[in-house]
Design a protein around this ligand. Sequence first.
Ligand code: CMC
Length: 434
Amino acid sequence: MKLADNKATLSFSNGSPSIEMPVYSGSIGPDVIDIRKLYGQTGMFTYDPGFLSTASCQSAITFIDGDKGELLYRGYPIEQLANHGDYLDTCYLLLKGDLPDAKQSTDFHKLVNNHTMVNEQMQFFLRGFRRDAHPMAVMTGLVGALSAFYHDSTDITNPEHREISAIRLIAKLPTLVAMSYKYGIGQPFMYPQNSLSYSGNFLRMMFGVPCEDYVVNPVLERALDRIFILHADHEQNASTSTVRLCGSSGTNPFAAVAAGVACLWGPAHGGANEACLKMLDDIQRMGGISKVGEFMEQVKDKNSGVKLMGFGHRVYKNYDPRAKLMQETCNEVLAELGLENDPMFKLAKQVEKIALEDDYFVSRKLYPNVDFYSGIVQRAIGIPVNLFTGVFALARTVGWIAQLNEMIGDPEYKIGRPRQMFTGSPRRNVPGAK
Ligand code: CMC
């Protein structure tokens, strides 16, 4: 952090003395006003529910320019990574700060591949769930339970523990997501096959069965790898902030990531791809493309409680760059599977077209986000709707860990402890007490 040329001055209309606060500049993006001494100097807090104007940390991992619609991982544009990289190299980049050279890449792929199996006992833990449990309920439990199985990597203050827990989480999440799927449909679990790519292995664990060979389709393998890259990190979103806050107490990385999984589940965050597909299904049931206009009227009616899922973003006030890439992938996957005339895809395109021309959306700068097309791609691949957020969690795990490790290594790191403006009853007595 470097001091900017100017300072901020806060003055009060009641004659209290004004105070000066330092301003810092990052490498790109808005400057920040350092308010850490505000309470000590004035006895006042700032008030910013939803963190609309508050930077909760400094970070060198991911940068979003919401107005331009730009997303950079460690400085690299997401389009370049999605078109020229693979997911595990992206993981290396997020964790270590630079893209790996050829040897580092081979070693890292090998290292992750060596940790894909989960403790056999996890199966028995999983069997305690109802078969119809939502996979995100199961995933929250399974990820948290990893800390009960891997005691040798739970000390967040030990860099070796952090390193090994990072690799374990990245390697085991696909296995756990696939296990929760297989459990739900009553099929045998598929052990990982380490000669396959990260996404090829996931496809096999999801759709393979022990009695038959499974041949990975390279188009679907590449599409899934791209979904993983696009979801790998997104700076201080709700689940990442949850992981940081949870980890700030010194809890172990598995517990902190389980908190991230729980947060991601919500429909305003990672659950949006599931909610988006459900919405498209509902429009389809109403009558399809001819009913899009009617549906949009409901969305624009504030009393209806209906939102256009997959649209809008706290940070992007332009097209989400991930949505553009996902739309390309959607075209490729549907062509590969002979589903070019998929009615859901056609409907999605019509909804997007109408929304992009409608003043309600234009004036509020509401554009499609990544979830608008990712559900269609996943459904075409054969992933059930209720597992979409699990796939998002799998991909985001690396971002959560990179951010958690960055926080622990930050000399300014403190337990996160927001303040409040209290609006309840002042002190009063229970009847009969003094
Ligand atoms: N449909 C209809 N109206 C919307 C939508 C939407 N999807 N999103 C925002 N608005 C309206 C909102 O009602 C408000 O209108 P007004 O100014 O008249 O009160 C205005 O746009 C600003 O919205 P906001 O609620 O203040 O924006 P926010 O930053 O608090 O919310 C959001 C961001 C993503 C929660 C919201 O846009 C939303 O609920 N979108 C649908 C869910 C979704 O697709 N979420 C995935 C986000 S991307 C994946 C991820 O990173 O997790």
